[in-house]
Design a protein around this ligand. Structure first.
Ligand code: URA
Ligand code: SF4
Length: 204
C-alpha cells in the first residue's frame, strides 16, 4: 500500500484537496467504491468531527454522514447546542469499504489499520487547513487514527486530550448507538455527554 502522501497536493485549501482526493490510489479501496467522500464544512469551523469511513449512502451521495448514523449525530449535536456551521465533518478513510452480498447489497466492512494509515495524509491535510479548536473522534477507528492504536474509547471517552497542538476527544460512534439493543438509551446518553464536553470548549 503506497499511502495517500503522494496524492495530497501541497499548499492547497479544501476545494483543491476535495478535487485531488478523487484521484487517490493510496490504497486499494478506490477500486470498488463509487467515489471518494471528502470532508464537508467550512474552513472556519471550530470543531472537526472524524468518523470511520463513508457508508453505503455516503458513497452514493458523495457526502459524509448523510445516512442513519449522520441523522442520529445531528440530533445529538443539536441537543448540546453545537451549531452545524461550526463543524467540519470527515472520516478516517475516504472510500467506502464493503462486501457485496447476494448480488446487490453492500455490507459495511471496517477499514484495516493499514488502510487507515494509508489515508491519514488526507485527514492531516484537512486538520492543517481547518485548524479546529477541538477534534471529536467518533468510535475507535477515528480515535486510533489520531491518537494511536493503543487508545481505548471504552476507557477514555469524553476526556479532552492534548495531542499535537489540538484538543482531541473520543466518543462512541453513532452507528454503535444504532446497533445497540438493550442499552441504546445509555449509549446515546454517553454520546451526548461527551459532545457536551466538546461544546464547553467552544463557548466564547
Ligand atoms: N459512518 C461514518 O463513520 N462516517 C460516515 O460518513 C457515515 C457513517
Ligand atoms: Fe486514497 Fe484513502 Fe481512498 Fe485509500 S481510502 S484510495 S488512501 S482516499
Amino acid at each position: 500500500m503506497p499511502g495517500a502522501e503522494e496524492y495530497v497536493p501541497p499548499r492547497v485549501r479544501l476545494p483543491g484537496l476535495r478535487k485531488a482526493v478523487q484521484e487517490c490510489r493510496g490504497c486499494e479501496l478506490y477500486r470498488d467504491a463509487d467515489r471518494a467522500v471528502f470532508g464537508e464544512g467550512r474552513e472556519s469551523a471550530r470543531a472537526v468531527v472524524v468518523g470511520e469511513q463513508p457508508g453505503d449512502q455516503e458513497d452514493r451521495a458523495g457526502r459524509p454522514f448523510v445516512g442513519p448514523a449522520g441523522r442520529l449525530f445531528d440530533e445529538a449535536l443539536a441537543e448540546v447546542g453545537i451549531d452545524r456551521d461550526d463543524v467540519y465533518v470527515t472520516n478516517a478513510t475516504k472510500h467506502f469499504r464493503f462486501q457485496r452480498q447476494q448480488g446487490k447489497r453492500r455490507i459495511h466492512q471496517k477499514p484495516s489499520r493499514g488502510q487507515v494509515n494509508a489515508c491519514r495524509p488526507w485527514l492531516t491535510a484537512e486538520l492543517n487547513v481547518v485548524r479546529p479548536e477541538v477534534v471529536v473522534c467518533l468510535g475507535a477507528t477515528a480515535a486510533q487514527a489520531l491518537l494511536g492504536p493503543s487508545f481505548r474509547v471504552s476507557r477514555q471517552r469524553g476526556e479532552l486530550i492534548e495531542h499535537e497542538g489540538m484538543r482531541v476527544l473520543a466518543t462512541v460512534h453513532p452507528s454503535a448507538v444504532l446497533r445497540s439493543e438493550d442499552d441504546r438509551e445509555q449509549r446515546y446518553a454517553e454520546l451526548v455527554a461527551d459532545l457536551r464536553v466538546a461544546a464547553e470548549t467552544l463557548r466564547p
